[in-house]
Design a protein around this ligand. Sequence first.
Ligand SMILES: [Ca+2]
Ligand SMILES: [Ca+2]
Ligand SMILES: [Ca+2]
Ligand SMILES: [Ca+2]
Length: 409
Amino acid sequence: MDATIAVPDKYQSHCGRLCGVIILLCAFASVSRGDPPIDPLPAPLFSFNANSPASQGGIVDPDGILRLDFPHPHMMHHGNMFGLGRVGDELDAMSTNNTLFPSTASFALLFSVDESTVGAVTPDPILAAFGVPYNALDQAVRGQAAGDQFISTTLFSLVSGGAIEPARTANNVLVRNNFDEGGIDFSANPPTSADDIVQNEPQDRVDATVAESELNRVYFSASAASPSLDHLPGSEFPSGAHIFRHSFGPGGRMMMLFASFSELGLQQADDIDAMVVFDVDGDGEFNGSDRVLLSLTADSPSLTTIPDASATGAAADVFVAVPNQPPALFAAASLLGLGDPQDNIDALEFLECDDAVACVLSHGIRSANAIPALSEWGIITMTLLLFVAGTIIVSAQQKERAPANPNTG
Ligand SMILES: [Ca+2]
Ligand SMILES: [Ca+2]
Ligand SMILES: [Ca+2]
Ligand SMILES: [Ca+2]
């Protein structure tokens, strides 16, 4: 016996179109919060800043290296394990060596921002329509951007000294939310989904990240106010723009100065607050083909002297330091969807990537709603979808009625 349900002929073509439209609209409306990415990036190691609620509450140390845990991050390395550990010390940038990373390989930048950041552009409407509707401006509006990580929609390479042309769009997309969004977050306050809106809630600020689950060496910078700068290597001219290298493990611990502020072409009063080190030959010295991508704090004097640094929001610029050369602009804040005078990048990482759109869609926090906050384009997109859906439905209904009223018109 045939168990299939017989659909009357007059409904078959009608349903084919109509059902498609209904399924599409239901897909847009079925979820009211952020969803995990299709392919979540592995959880990095990270640090919170001193003003974070978790630091103020004594749950973590601002000079410690943290690992994702629940309900709070786990202190993987206390500051005294790698030359910090004094009251007032702050780990504000870290990296691994990235030795042998090909200079020709293309990559997207991953970055975090502080709680003052407001962002410069609304979410990209096309990316939002494809299900990744959150960016830095959106999360800042929702009061929960400081514990997030974003990916650039532009690709870069070391050999090009900046962006690879052509950049389709100068924007960013949320890849890791502050709090639970499928288990790949930072366990950072406030405990919100990417879709939640909160006002004036204290935020844990992610101020250093490194894409590793274990470390046998760490390159790091301390904040300019860190007391331990007075006894670390380079202490004759202590600086928040020094980069140190510390080895962990059974081979013995070793602390050294990887690059002083002057070797990086910076000033003693500068403060590196985000960086990626490419110690290409892995010798622990800043030489040869080595590169450092870095961002500075807003009060760093070099923001007014580095050529092409942004006129506003230069604390969200990414610069490149090359041995024996002055620092240069690598990624202008505006290329990353930032650049408001209050914007500041304070953690930096990268993701090897050949196709920016594919990487963003694969790793971005999703929402089936796909309408970003404050995006006129998002509203226009949904309005057009509803208009097209309504037209198809009305058209189908008229065709259905037509045979029963042959004399109409
Ligand atoms: Ca967030
Ligand atoms: Ca620093
Ligand atoms: Ca080197
Ligand atoms: Ca910065």
